[in-house]
Design a protein around this ligand. Structure first.
Ligand code: URA
Length: 432
């Protein structure tokens, strides 16, 4: 077997065997397959796709390229993953709600990149919060308090690190089998029995259309099931930012509002739907019963207490959780007002995410540093009617130089109409 024949086979649109996929993954990890050969195969996969069996094998081989966490003695454990978006802080609400209902949440998360935010950055905006627990400490915390959220440990899924870096520079990110195997290999290595997926669609998402999002959701659910995991997915809107707060400590403040029973309706509705699915899969109970448990955990304050317990266990300063006014604020707070009256027809999530990054809340490259206090608070959202001069958003930054360009960029992301826009559903579909 050699890599040239494997590339040729995929170029001719034929399915690869398990042995050929294993040869490829082993080869990129031990250096016997060169980057240019891996890139050629990635492009052939991108153009010709992979069937369900090939995608499942690719995921399994990637997952086993590094450490696999064994959480079996804590079974059942649950993990939740979003394909990424703007203002998406659902994990920080869903996890404590489900944990307060007795589900063991063992979650590994990522950092923000480009226009999207990341759960790990948001948690690290809480002074002292340690996202780098050892596997043993992670395991012990889940055992004792039923919840831990940490960053992916270093030796997990090295094959994905190599492939993702190549995809990023060879225009091969946008492929359903490659995205599905990249995400699911990390979920399989992280060891949970239940995987709840939130597949986003819209301007701020990888998948721009609901059809592509549904195809990705199906591919990931199939991989999960083929690997013995209880897996389900919601397909949800990311055309407009989720909730009203975008940026790291701003999003923690919004999480706390929801955990106190306040906060925006879209965010709360989505979190309850995701938590309901996790509880139902974990307890094997009907959705109605799971939904009741989730709502009670939120309304009673049990989910808030669980969040606080997690922050304390991971070294975070709980005074900030008890009193969010302690979080530092930026030197500048700039109000952006409506230039005309009308309905907000669109608030382009991707460009609003890019504006938040410009203000300091996000990063271009993974090694860039971020400003935990920077970001955006929206005062109106898609579908709202605003008068001329009404506040649309406040932009928070410590960068004097980006003040005017970020206001301009924000306004370019917003369009107005004389009639109410057609409403997009928040939850567009489900794959079980
Ligand atoms: N997130 C991932 O982890 N991998 C992809 O390929 C896309 C999004």
């Amino acid at each position: 077997m050699n890599i040239i024949e494997i590339i040729e086979k995929k170029k001719q649109n034929n399915a690869l065997s398990e042995a050929e996929i294993a040869f490829f993954i082993d080869g990129i990890c031990d250096g016997t397959v060169a980057d240019y050969q891996a890139s050629a195969l990635l492009m052939a996969i991108c153009l010709n796709g992979m069937n369900a069996a090939e995608t499942a094998v690719l995921t399994d081989k990637m997952a086993h390229s590094g450490d696999m966490l064994d959480l079996s003695s804590l079974s059942p454990t649950a993990d939740k993953h979003s394909t990424g978006g703007v203002g998406d802080k659902t994990s920080l609400i869903v996890a404590p709600v489900a944990a307060a209902c007795g589900v063991n949440i063992a979650k590994m998360s990522g950092r923000g990149l480009g226009h999207t935010g990341g759960t790990i950055d948001k948690l690290e905006s809480i002074p002292g919060f340690n996202t780098g627990l050892s596997d043993t400490a992670f395991f012990e915390q889940v055992k004792h308090i039923g919840i831990a959220i940490i960053s992916q440990s270093k030796n997990m899924v090295p094959a994905d690190k190599i492939l993702y870096a190549l995809r990023d520079v060879t225009a091969t990110v946008n492929s359903i089998p490659l995205i599905a195997s990249s995400i699911m290999s990390k979920k399989l290595a992280a060891g949970a029995d239940i995987i709840e997926l939130d597949v986003k669609t819209g301007s701020g998402a990888f998948m721009k259309t609901p059809e592509d999002a549904a195809a990705l959701a199906k591919a990931m659910v199939n991989i999960g099931k083929a690997n013995g995991k209880k897996t389900a997915a919601l397909i949800t809107d990311m055309d407009t930012p989720l909730g009203t707060h975008i940026g790291n400590n701003l999003e923690i403040k919004e999480v706390l509002a929801v955990l106190h029973g306040d906060g925006p309706k879209d965010l709360k509705t989505l979190c309850l739907a995701l938590a309901t699915n996790i509880i139902s899969l974990s307890r094997g109970c009907a959705k109605e019963e799971a939904a009741h448990l989730a709502e009670t955990a939120l309304a009673s304050g049990a989910a808030y207490e669980k969040f606080k317990q997690m922050v304390a266990a991971q070294g975070g300063d709980v005074r900030y959780i008890e009193n969010p006014a302690l979080f530092p604020e930026t030197a500048l707070a700039v109000e952006v007002c409506a230039p005309q009256p009308g309905y907000i027809a669109k608030m382009d999530a991707e460009n609003i995410g890019k504006t938040a990054a410009l203000l300091g809340a996000g990063r271009e490259k993974i090694e860039d540093s971020i400003d935990m206090s920077a970001g955006i608070v929206l005062h109106a959202k898609t579908g709202d009617f605003v008068k001329e001069g009404a506040p649309l958003a406040t932009l928070y930054t410590n960068r004097e130089t980006v003040k005017s360009v970020s206001c301009e960029q924000f306004l370019n992301a917003v369009s107005f109409s004389d009639t109410p826009p057609q409403k997009r559903a928040l939850i567009m579909g489900e794959v079980t």
